[in-house]
Ligand binder design. Structure first.
Ligand code: BEZ
Length: 236
């Protein structure tokens, strides 16, 4: 145990360039992130093919793929399994599994084979004190310039909330497009937070601006309607 805790696990961080790799996937070879220039990407790992939580996640993500694609976001999965296991699992999902009203689900996004763990190690997806041979449920949100913008990790036992992943991709794009921040539990249509005042003068001005709602000089929000956000995100 002590030995495991002493291991240094390298993990990319928010703001870092996404580590580059070439890989074999269920949709052919990919060169990452170069092949995804101009798109947002969610690169995510799952512990193993033919396991129940992962199956529920893949069915959910595949069912929502078009929604993510419309927000200029592509999906790329990974596990420490070989290509033939991936193919067999995805065929089984399509042909046999019915879950929560989803059936005949086709997974069209690429699923990386990473039997050597090369990619998983680059992205800190192996967390040995959780499991040394399976990736945890890692989620990397990477912007069109190849920069990591959000990272979320879940343990093996906890299936992800895919509505939350969609909320994150919309919130990141809204923040970039409108130069704002998004408060706790924000959804499109909720008020957004404007940046901190840079001077005493601007602190005073914003307190007096009728379009801005200041709880205090450092905590100011403004309206940003849902259509304005979604039109900008979905039209790009
Ligand atoms: C699952 O997806 O069901 C699972 C995978 C690895 C460990 C525990 C659960």
């Amino acid at each position: 145990m002590e030995e495991q805790l002493e291991q240094v696990i390298s993990m990319p961080r928010i703001g870092d360039a996404a580590p580059a790799f070439k890989a074999v996937t269920t949709q052919g070879d990919i060169n990452f992130p170069a092949d995804y220039k101009d798109s947002w990407v969610i690169l995510f790992s799952h512990p193993a093919d033919f396991t129940p939580v992962c199956t529920s996640e893949f069915m959910t993500f595949a069912t929502m793929e078009e929604k993510f694609n419309k927000a200029n976001c592509k999906l790329v999965g990974l596990s420490i399994d070989g290509l033939y296991s991936h193919i067999a699992w995805l065929r089984t999902i399509k042909e046999k599994i019915e879950y929560k009203g989803m059936k005949n689900v086709e997974v069209n996004f690429p699923l990386i084979e990473d039997i050597t763990m090369e990619v998983a190690k680059k992205y800190g997806m192996i967390q040995p004190n959780e499991d040394s041979t399976k990736a945890v449920r890692a989620v990397f949100f990477i912007d069109p310039k190849g920069i990591i913008r959000t990272i979320i990790y879940y343990p093996l036992s906890l299936g992800r909330n895919f509505d939350e992943l969609y909320r994150v991709i919309i919130a990141l794009q809204a923040a970039d497009e409108f130069g704002v921040a998004t408060p706790a539990d924000w959804y499109p249509g909720d008020d957004v937070i404007i940046g901190p005042a840079g001077s005493c003068g601007s602190a005073k001005d914003r307190m007096e601006d009728g379009d801005i709602d200041c709880k205090d000089w450092f905590f100011c929000t403004k309206k940003l309607d849902k259509d304005t956000v979604m039109d900008r995100v979905l039209k790009k």
